[in-house]
Design a protein around this ligand. Structure first.
Ligand code: DNO
Length: 388
């Protein structure tokens, strides 16, 4: 298990020195100022890789090279954006970076309705509540067609809930959902979101799948040439939202992608928290089935509070995800390939020691420091036979 850490580049409130002192060997980063569709210049990649190396680590995984919305829709300049993507892959390979994490979720990347769910000890975590999302969709966004997509019972509960909700709480839900992510998606206003949703009205599940497979097969020759591996990040939450198809949510979706895109360079980011949002997903079974093409891992744990409501755990080790089973499966795969896989603690609590600086939601120092320490401790114990 190689210890990874997501770093937001020179603008990150957390320094490379602090990251290294957390026990990290592999930095996960991107050129966050580059917009989706742009070619990443070699000099910029190299400068950032050099900075990471000077701090005693390697920039070995990119998270993410975002896929332009036009590629997902086959609209506008999508063909140019695919060519640009290929060039970025070549440029990354030239600088020795051979793992690319990305996703194929339309418009929104991962989606939460509460970025500050407070735990008993006063720290806070990220939470997804489908009732809140449905209420926002129906009564704030008023998305055309939304009424037909929710069942009567949920609509009634959502109406009751929204009517009683103070404005500040309504704002909290709206802001959480529409918040942008650095280098991936911009902050959106409700109107911008509605406009973008409108552009997907003719793109159903089968079409989006086809666009993804076409994209991956189109870039495969470049992957073969350069040895770069594409590690798709699963949908989060792993279900359709706002009428948008989600096509990488479970084992069946991954199986289909592996079949349609047979290159060994088309693989997976095994994100336990995203997959774990689906109560029926078995993260360890998924790891084992798709192990040979897992190129990067996000490990975290979650708790399902009720149907449709899940949040991140008090600990990376405790919750729905069987972390012992996962680390054992990881070790088995690492042994088979004779090489370590980068695992990063995915998200962490926002703790008291984190109040002094502003980090992106989920990416505080304290919470991830604890998370990584827990994962490394568990791995060390398993490697040494302590846990049986
Ligand atoms: C959330 C992250 C995702 C991930 C992208 C990869 O915290 O795991 O935003 O970086 O989906 O493209």
């Amino acid at each position: 298990m190689k210890s990874g850490w997501r770093w937001y580049g020179a603008d990150d409130a957390i320094s490379l020195k602090e990251i290294r002192q957390a026990g990290v060997t592999d930095v996960v980063a991107a050129l966050y100022r580059r917009r989706a569709g742009e070619i990443w210049p070699v000099e910029e990649i190299r400068a950032q890789a050099d900075a990471v190396r000077a701090a005693g680590m390697e920039w070995s995984v990119v998270e993410s090279v975002p896929v332009h919305e036009d590629i997902k829709k086959h609209s506008g300049d999508w063909k140019t954006y695919i060519e640009n993507y290929k060039q970025t892959i070549r440029n990354l390979a030239e600088c020795g970076i051979r793992t690319v994490c990305y996703n194929f979720m339309p418009i929104l990347d991962w989606t939460r309705s509460n970025l500050n769910y407070v735990l008993a000890d006063g720290s806070d975590v990220l939470c997804y509540n489908h009732l809140e999302v449905a209420a926002f969709d129906l009564f704030a966004l008023k998305r055309p067609g939304a009424e037909q997509e929710y069942d009567e019972e949920l609509k009634e509960r959502a109406r009751f809930f929204w009517d009683k909700l103070p404005t500040i709480e309504r704002m909290r839900i709206s802001n959480s959902i529409l918040l942008g992510l650095p280098g991936t998606v911009d902050d959106l206003t409700p109107q911008q979101f509605l406009d973008q949703l409108g552009a997907y009205k003719d793109i159903d599940d089968a079409t989006l799948r086809k666009h993804m497979y076409d994209f991956l097969n189109e870039i495969t020759p470049v992957l073969d040439d350069t040895g770069v591996n594409m590690a798709i990040h699963p949908d989060d939450p792993p279900r359709p939202i706002f009428g948008l198809p989600r096509i990488l949510s479970n084992a069946a979706d991954i199986r289909q992608m592996y079949k349609e895109c047979p290159s060994s360079h088309i693989g997976l980011t095994l994100c336990t928290g995203s997959l774990g949002g689906g109560i029926e997903n078995d993260e360890v079974a998924i790891f084992k089935e798709f192990a040979e093409r897992i190129y990067f891992c996000h490990f975290r744990n979650i708790q399902h509070e009720a149907p449709g409501i899940f949040r991140e755990s008090e600990s990376h080790l405790v919750g729905k995800v069987d972390m012992i089973g996962l680390i054992k499966a990881l070790f088995a795969e690492e042994k088979r390939r004779g090489e370590g896989i980068v695992v990063r603690p995915d998200h962490g609590r926002h703790m008291e020691i984190d109040r002094v600086r502003k980090c992106y939601s989920g990416y505080d120092y304290g919470g991830r420091l604890v998370g990584l320490a827990e994962l490394r401790g568990l791995a060390f114990g398993i490697a040494n036979g302590v846990a049986g």
